[in-house]
Write a protein that binds this ligand. Sequence first.
Ligand code: PMP
Length: 389
Amino acid sequence: MDYSKFLNEKVQGIKPSGIRKFFDIANEMDHVISLSIGEPDFTTPWHVRQEGIESLRRGHTWYSPNRGFMELRSQISNYFARRFNVEYNPETEIVVTVGGSEALDLCLRTLIDTGDEVLIPQPSFVCYEPMTVMAGGKPVIIETKAENEFRLTAEEVEKHITPKTKLLILPFPNNPTGAVMRRTHLEEIAKVVEKHNILVLSDEIYAELTYGKERHVSFADIKGMKERTIVVNGFSKSYAMTGWRLGYALGPEEIISQMLKLHQYAIMSAPTTAQYAAIEALKHGDSDIERMRSEYDIRRRLIVDELCRMGLTCFEPEGAFYVFPSIQISGMTSEEFCEKLIFAQHVAIVPGTAFGECGEGFARVSYSYSLKHIKEALERIERFVNEQK
Ligand code: PMP
């Protein structure tokens, strides 16, 4: 049967994620060593898991309130004020979602009308573009550049603004490049945002994973920006809780209350067990964050040094858990490089083009793996690079 006339045109037009393709190849081969995954290799800290288990033991198996448990929202509010200096009212300015992913989707569907333009810096996480399209918006891509260490500049933002621009997505710390934005960079962008009267969706899911001297600065902490920003964050990366599927959005009451309607009808409420665990994570998890962050940092240094030594040069990424080396010395496209690497040496990494066309010439290497695993993968990558000479 021909289903194409039944299927939504926009959905049919969406390309499957370029990350998946390499997972799928890797899954079908023996002895593949992967540096392709974007999730922590750590298990959720035991005391956090215990709270989830305990909530089940007590029989807490019901829906939670639409916005999420009040206690969790209060803890999120304390956490955000404590770590990032911005205060949100737990009654009205927070909605707990199914991962940061749902929060991104809710935000785009709440703000975007047909034809509105959404500024999307790339390379960046794969979901912004298709979600914008599904919300009826027009993605306008801004290429970030290796020579700027993949930061977004205010000039580039301004160049892409038209009367139809409604929203800028700020994806920092960045997946896949590891780029971070400093306060001064954000202040420059804030001027443009204010001048052109647009809003910002700031995806700060990697906020806890920064390695430079300066901690992550939330865009909502820039003067005048709290009222123009929806911050998305979650538990997946900072607390190694990807499978619990819990995130949240923070923003002005007028926007959060509209997002809540979509959340009510599509989802009802975020997972109950996960919320009990997340309360514990926020109350007592700061040292877990620090422990995992230091471990990532050791791996990051090793991988950057080694890749640069092999000629796969990369700038030093200061956030998330990815390195984004140039593969240009190979003379291959990103896809060719990654495909040949997986077949020749059984190492899976992701072509830069999975994160936007401007990722051509680069590849994403994840360091959310053990040092032993990373060392083995690096040896194989070096063998591959030498064979190509
Ligand atoms: N934003 C970015 C930049 C991500 O990399 C991811 C996950 N890879 C997410 C959002 C979504 O994470 P989750 O839904 O698990 O919170």
